[in-house]
Design a protein around this ligand. Structure first.
Ligand code: NAD
Length: 506
């Protein structure tokens, strides 16, 4: 029996499957799909392949729980206490959850551990927020009228997440959803569902009533599609690719269901001549080679000022060549495999496109030759030069360890190039000139701007992209706004009778 199955059997004593109304259950169709370990291409776990009837059941459970007194009848402070308990349980189980995620997506164990050990903070923050979400009293232009707002749950929220950081990305929507009093149906990616199923058990242990959190597993085009278009869902939180996001939003729009869309990126990471070259080269590595470039915020377009182009490029190439590829469970490994075979194929294809369009490989560009890595989805850190911003390799999201390095002359040239993209998720700048850094922050089209740092995030900082990187915000108080609705209540205590044929404009 594989470790995750063992864990779930151990946890529930009743097998594994989707998680609906507080119970693990099998799909109506009995279909399953394997989850492959990206280190060796072998199945290590079997998932249930949910269809529309399973989604129906999960949404029904969430809707029932929404109006059940065990959830709708408890106070905000009590909801906060549940979230706090959940945070404590995540802290206890963080090692186990990190291990499951590394096995599923091939990301470094130290990265996944860092994500899991910080995850409780998200739940503690929203635990504290649960009873601090206040409405307002708004004085209107009339005496004897009491006018106020109420912040309410939206209802049933469908949360669809990708494979690169399953619980971290789930939680940025889930924690505020629960703090506000919504109920949730989550759909993790088909190759990384194990940690979310494990997490469901922690939700139950924390004391959340059945049906408040449900998990359906399976493929995007079936289970995900059924969830996004379900008439019983009130909001969709989607994190994933831009093309998928477009389909999800169109599907949800048939029911006029709003979405929060956290989509792809092609973020610029910029180095000016006055930057510390060592720090900057390190920041470029962090931006695009960490996590194998499989992050939405990857700094995959690197702009170097002409005067320091050769110097910083040489440093970057040297750092790339020294990156240690290996088993992501090994603490010394710096670059694990890509998460999916299809992802490996995509990266190879983009290297061919880059070369075909006239780019030059400074380093990398192929799978590593070492026999111990032969069966995994490994790819060398890859640096392209000779790239123009209009080439596909500089415009399209690759989601792999590939960076397109381009020169720029000055600030104006740089901003034009940086903003010449359909995306607007993140941007980084390396400079000692604070005036220039702040001008860049103001002028660049990006939801997050890093100055002399890259790939840092906080549960307190609003996160979400512009342009085709999506819309909506997660983290901090923005999460509460995103997953609540505002109601206006007007009380006339004047005792007067109004003209029934004239609208009262106060
Ligand atoms: P994806 O869009 O293929 O899949 C994401 C999720 O959507 C999966 O759970 C999948 O099963 C589901 N899905 C697929 N088709 C669907 C459909 N038609 N209807 C409903 N659900 C569907 O993305 P991926 O390849 O798993 O993840 C990589 C992408 O995610 C990249 O583009 C990356 O930039 C993006 N991403 C964005 C953020 C962010 O916060 N902006 C964070 C992480 C990843």
């Amino acid at each position: 029996m594989n470790p995750a199955t063992e864990l779930l059997h151990h946890a529930r004593g009743e097998g594994y499957g989707m998680y609906i109304n507080g119970k693990y259950s099998s799909p109506a169709s009995g279909q399953t799909i394997p989850s492959l370990n990206p280190c060796n291409d072998e199945p290590w776990y079997t998932l249930t392949d949910a269809g529309a009837p399973d989604v129906d059941q999960a949404v029904g459970a969430a809707r029932h729980a929404l109006g059940h007194p065990s959830w709708s009848g408890i106070t905000q402070t009590a909801r906060g206490a549940l979230l706090r308990r959940l945070g404590d349980l995540i802290a206890v189980h963080s090692d186990r959850l990190a291990e499951i995620e590394t096995r599923d997506n091939g990301k470094l164990i130290r990265e996944m551990r860092a994500q899991m050990t910080s995850l409780p903070q998200t739940y503690y923050y929203y635990a504290g927020m649960a009873d601090k979400m206040t409405g307002e009293t708004i004085p209107v232009n009339k005496r004897d009228v009491f006018n106020f707002t109420l912040r309410e749950p939206i209802g049933v929220v469908g949360i669809i997440v990708p494979w690169n950081s399953p619980l971290y990305l789930l939680s940025s929507a889930l924690a505020p959803c629960l703090a506000v009093g919504n109920t949730v149906v989550a759909k993790p990616a088909e190759n990384t569902s194990a940690s979310t199923l494990e997490f469901a058990d922690l939700i139950a242990q924390a004391g959340f009533p059945p049906g408040v959190f449900n998990v359906i597993t399976g493929r995007g085009e079936t289970a995900g599609h059924a969830l996004a278009g379900h008439p019983g869902v009130d909001k969709i939180a989607f994190t994933g690719g831009t093309d998928t996001g477009r389909r999800v939003a169109a599907n949800a729009a048939r029911n006029l269901v709003p979405c929060a869309l956290e989509l792809g990126g092609k973020s610029p990471n910029v180095v000016f001549e006055d930057a510390d070259p060592e720090r900057a080269a390190n920041g470029i590595v962090a931006g695009v080679f960490a996590a194998g470039g499989q992050t939405c915020i990857a700094g995959s377009r690197c702009f170097l000022q002409e005067t320091i182009y050769d110097q910083v490029l040489a440093k970057l190439a040297d750092k790339a060549d020294r990156i240690i590829l290996g088993d992501p469970m090994d603490e010394d490994t710096q670059l694990g495999p890509l998460s999916l075979k299809s992802q490996l194929g995509k990266v190879r294809e983009y290297v061919a496109i880059g070369l075909g369009d006239g780019g030059t490989l400074r380093t990398g560009g192929k799978q590593p030759g070492h026999p111990s890595l032969a069966n995994g989805y490994y790819f060398e850190p890859t640096i392209f030069t000779g790239i123009r911003n209009d080439m596909r390799i500089a415009r399209e999201e690759i989601f792999g360890p590939v960076v397109a390095v381009m020169p720029f002359s000055g600030e104006r040239d740089l901003i034009e190039k940086a903003n010449d993209s359909i995306y607007g998720l993140a941007a980084g700048i390396w400079t000692r000139d604070i005036d220039r850094a702040l001008r860049f922050a103001r002028n660049v089209d990006a939801g997050t701007v890093w100055i002399n740092t890259y790939r840092s995030a906080s549960f307190l900082s609003p996160f979400g992209g512009f342009k085709q990187s999506g819309y909506g915000k997660h983290n901090g108080y923005e999460g509460v706004r995103e997953y609540s609705r505002l109601k206006n209540v007007v009380v006339d205590y004047s005792g007067s009778t109004q003209d029934p044929f004239v609208m009262k404009l106060e």
